[in-house]
Write a protein that binds this ligand. Sequence first.
Ligand code: B4Y
Length: 412
Amino acid sequence: MEQDELLHQLVDPKSPINIESLLDTITALVNDCKIPVLMRMKSVDNFISRYERIVESVAALRMKATDFRQLKVIGRGAFGEVHLVRHTRTNTVYAMKMLNKDDMIKRADSAFFWEERDIMAHANSEWIVRLQYAFQDPRHLYMVMEYMPGGDLVNLMTSYEVSEKWTRFYTAEIVEALAALHNMGYIHRDVKPDNMLISRSGHIKLADFGTCVKMNSNGVVRCSTAVGTPDYISPEVLRNQGKDSEFGKEVDWWSVGVFIYEMLVGETPFYAEALVSTYANIMNHQTSLRFPDEPLISTQAKDIIKKFLSAAPERLGKNNVDEIRNHKFFKNDEWTFETLKDATPPIVPSLKSDDDTTHFEEIETRDRDNASDFQLPKTFNGNQLPFIGFTYSNEYSPVKKLLNGASSNGVQ
Ligand SMILES: CN(C)[C@H]1CCc2nc(NC(=O)c3cccc([C@H]4CCCN4C(=O)Nc4cccc(C#N)c4)c3)sc2C1
């Protein structure tokens, strides 16, 4: 019956008209209309006087930033920071990413976070950082994610000399993480050690999916903006700067080649002082790729690096992931790709407490004077509209509780 279909839409976490999205909508509308100049219009004034109190009481009942105690800044990106926080109600520690809505509106860049939210919410993979909750207020988007106390692989590479044995393990885990992401239909486009985080057990998970993009039905992406970090970017993405062209998931396998080289050699293969020289080195990688005499690198390591750092049509992984898994570089007598997630990682982070942040670099707190850079818009700009539907919770959903309550005492 139609009503049942509608009811399912209201409680389906993936539906754009589920309860969370509808509450986002009424909240956004009130916040975008609550502007003096707009409220001179009778229709707006009446709407605000009917809904302003209700929206405030709803906001007080929904998840909000003050439900979490801020413990430490553990990361910073273009539009925000990641804080280590403790959820007061459950006493659980999380990594909470905050993205600034004003910055996104000002730079007309307010859609990149959807892929990150959807991937972390629905991946359900041990190789991908999980999203526990997503919520928002008029100023920020918040993503509450599992805390990865081992820090990122950049930090590991600066703290240890990484052996081939270690490189084999971490590369295998990144291969599985990218295979999971590609199976969901996404290309990462910014695979680099900064986005590889170490869990409490020492295993790796992929994080920071802001540059991800969905492949179309024939597994390619048409997109001209070159995204990603210079050192790890593939030649085909560089070449198509500005031009509208296609590339596939093999751009991520290129970055894995750069990552293996960097772990074994200690620097990236195409690094140069000037950015244009780095680009030049990437564009003629056939000649610029060099292996130093020190440290000694095995034949199979050099072989897999060359096969990843090759032109897209013949790049390792182009056809399927098994051609990567079967490469002799991964041959060893400790684990196979099937037993990898149960294998003992090279390093198990030593942690004194659940909120131990010793594996994260100190980040100076940016004393942004928030009051100054936030000014009320002069008219209806619909500034809250791009964020409707962002709110997500994977278990505490008031409706599910209500429906479970109803079904448990026999009400259908
Ligand atoms: C140009 N347009 C199109 C967009 C292209 C993609 C994009 N991504 C952005 N991203 C950001 O603005 C941002 C904010 C905070 C932290 C981080 C990362 C970079 C540093 C750490 N970090 C991160 O996500 N850490 C993280 C994530 C998950 C768990 C844990 C833990 N523990 C830590 C990124 S802004 C932006 C613009």
